[in-house]
Design a protein around this ligand. Structure first.
Ligand SMILES: C[S@@+](CC[C@H](N)C(=O)[O-])C[C@H]1O[C@@H](n2cnc3c(N)ncnc32)[C@H](O)[C@@H]1O
Length: 323
């Protein structure tokens, strides 16, 4: 699922029903602060408001990250890019502009992931729309895409399946990188499939989407490559109650007592859905590679391997089925 426990989200934060006064952004009641903030609100000068927001965000983030997040939220709230902010830092914002930015900042301070606030996250060089119906695509999952592409020669029209398609990050990337392949993406969540379909349309990727519990809706169909970033966190993992994970769909995150419930099914049922010599590639948690390798070998896979992510963790395990 593209990340260690540490992020998710569920319930919406109640937004400000009224337009705040120009100094509302600096209202200490929004967040208990250790010391008075610089007064920038009187005139709503952009530079002062940005500094104030950065200070609030620095209570939980390293200073450089806090400044970057403040700029990202201001740019989004004002409908401008970050370069504009630098060129206009002496501008005074209108109460409506301050209200828009304050609402975003308030939600961020309540823990909502930036990607949900912006409604977008980049994956494999392309922008993907994200909503609370889908996991926010993680950079680690680009490894799954790369390993799949290595096994999909550009000139061959192969059949590819992505199980647990979420935002469509993996399926859409594969379809765009290998336009000759026929890519199918399945998910148990109707909400996720709607987001994936919208992303495929916006990015002009030809992907077939189906609602399905694992392989169920696929009948006897077989594929040359199956890739999946399934939910793999243990159900009782305390990280599910922390950070961004609190805001992401539980269905995308947890899978049974040891996190491997869905992976076990995907492995044991894969032989019935793979063409001879077809590959199964699975993303998993940093400490699950040995267990996933064992499952693949037990199911009769050969050339079983694990690949490490940029952090040096074994992140994707796969094998081919030649029987
Ligand atoms: C970790 S997310 C991966 C999303 C996307 N592929 C990505 O990498 O960003 C796992 C996805 O699997 C879906 N899912 C969970 N259980 C499933 C099942 N039994 N059958 C199909 N999809 C399932 C979830 O709805 C979720 O969209």
């Amino acid at each position: 699922m593209g990340q260690e426990a540490g992020e998710k989200w569920t319930d919406a934060v109640v937004l400000q029903p009224t337009i705040p006064k120009s100094d509302r952004l600096l209202d200490p009641a929004l967040l208990p602060l250790p010391q008075p903030l610089p007064r920038g609100g009187r005139g709503g000068r952009l530079a002062d408001l940005l500094r104030s927001a950065t200070e609030r965000l620095s209570l939980t983030l390293p200073p450089r990250e806090a400044r970057l997040e403040a700029q990202i939220l201001f740019a989004h709230g004002l409908g401008v890019n970050r370069a504009w902010l630098i060129g206009h830092d002496r501008d005074r914002l209108t109460p409506e502009q301050i209200a828009a930015v304050a609402a975003l900042l308030k939600r961020r301070l309540a823990g909502e992931p930036v990607a949900y606030l912006l409604g977008e996250r980049e994956f494999y060089g392309r922008p993907f729309r994200v909503t609370p119906d889908v996991l926010i695509p993680r950079p680690d999952t680009e490894l799954l895409v790369e390993l799949a592409l290595e096994r999909l020669p550009p000139n061959e029209a192969l059949k590819v399946l992505d199980i647990g398609v979420g935002s469509g990050a993996v399926a859409v990337s594969l379809a765009l990188e290998r336009p000759r392949c026929r890519v199918t993406g399945v998910d148990l969540s109707a909400g996720a499939l709607r987001v994936a379909e919208a992303n495929a349309e916006a990015l002009r990727a030809g992907v077939e989407f189906l609602i399905s519990d694992g392989y169920e809706a696929l009948g006897g169909r077989r594929f040359h490559l199956i890739a999946s970033n399934p939910p793999y966190i243990a159900a009782a993992d305390p990280h599910l109650k922390q950070g961004d994970l609190r805001f992401e769909p539980p269905l995308a995150l947890a899978s049974g007592g040891d996190g491997l419930d869905l992976i076990r099914r995907l492995v044991s049922e894969a032989p019935a859905h793979l063409e001879p010599g077809g590959w199964l590639l699975l993303e998993h948690g940093w400490d699950q590679a040995a267990a996933v390798r064992a499952l693949l070998r037990e199911a009769g896979f050969s050339a079983v391997f694990s690949a490490t992510d940029l952090g040096g963790h074994e992140r994707v395990t796969g094998g081919d089925f030649s029987l």
